[in-house]
Design a protein around this ligand. Structure first.
Ligand SMILES: [Zn+2]
Length: 260
């Protein structure tokens, strides 16, 4: 008998010998589900509470869906052309507009990527110029990281941004007040599974996110191959749970204090 599960991207397998005494065998069979449940719970809980999030008028992208609960797919660290080419058709097939937090210096390397996202109905937001830890640089440097990225987003897409997602989720009251002073909001997330660490294990991403998602969850994903692999089934699982997808800028003010 084989019992398998996944923990932190590692495949764990227990082989149970057929010649074990029956009572020992029954004990193993009884306790395995409990072990499995506690393991998957630990794996699933890498999440953060949002500090401040979108306030904007809701714009329905599909009026038929408006009674369904919403989740917000957000994708960090692009642009990454290969990921984008793979993922855009998947998002479109699932009627899933996503919010992409782009790094300015990568936008400079791939100057057409941001416009392609906007043309595909996606939202482009600010993830700083150099993916800096905003808690470790001066206020003037924080402003520069954000402004320089904003300027490039405007130049490449003609769009203003509404949010800054601090790299590594690192922010403070002073960072937040700089962001607010620039007319934007700090955008954190409520559901994450450390997808960037799950190389070769899209099933871990699918299971953890699909199980953890709640109405109004802000789901954090990254531009890594395993997430591209996970996305078709992940979106299908979220749809099967009755969710629809929306852009962060369309998140209604009434749910902005939602905590997971
Ligand atoms: Zn990042």
């Amino acid at each position: 008998m084989n019992i398998r599960w996944y923990k932190y991207g590692m495949r764990v397998r227990i082989n149970i010998r057929r010649d074990l005494p029956p009572i020992l065998l029954m004990l193993i069979v009884w306790t395995a589900p409990v072990l499995l449940a506690s393991c998957s719970k630990k794996t699933a809980r890498i999440s953060e509470t949002p500090s401040s999030v979108a306030i904007a008028t809701p714009v329905p992208h599909n009026a038929d869906d408006m009674s369904k609960p919403v989740v917000y797919i957000t994708i960090d660290d692009g642009p990454e052309p290969k990921f984008q080419q793979t993922v855009l058709p998947i998002l479109q097939a699932h009627n899933c507009p996503a919010t992409w937090f782009l790094v300015g210096r990568y936008m400079k390397v791939y100057p057409k990527a941001a416009a392609e996202l906007v043309a595909a109905g996606q939202e482009v937001e600010n993830h700083t110029w150099s993916h800096a830890n905003l808690n470790k640089i001066s206020g003037a440097q924080v402003r520069q990281e954000i402004q320089r990225t904003d300027d490039l987003i405007m130049a490449q897409t003609g769009q203003k941004t509404s949010f800054v997602r601090p790299p590594f989720g690192a922010h403070s009251k002073s960072v937040d007040s700089i962001i607010t002073g620039m007319g934007k909001q700090t955008a954190m997330w409520t559901v994450s599974c450390g997808d960037y660490e799950q190389k070769g294990h899209p099933e871990v991403i699918i299971d953890n996110i699909a199980i953890d998602a709640r109405p109004n969850s802000i789901i954090l994903l990254h531009v890594v191959p395993q997430t591209a692999q996970a996305l078709p089934e992940l979106l299908a699982r979220l749809e099967a749970r009755g969710f629809r997808f929306a852009l962060l800028k369309d998140r209604p003010a009434v749910v902005k204090q939602e905590k997971k």
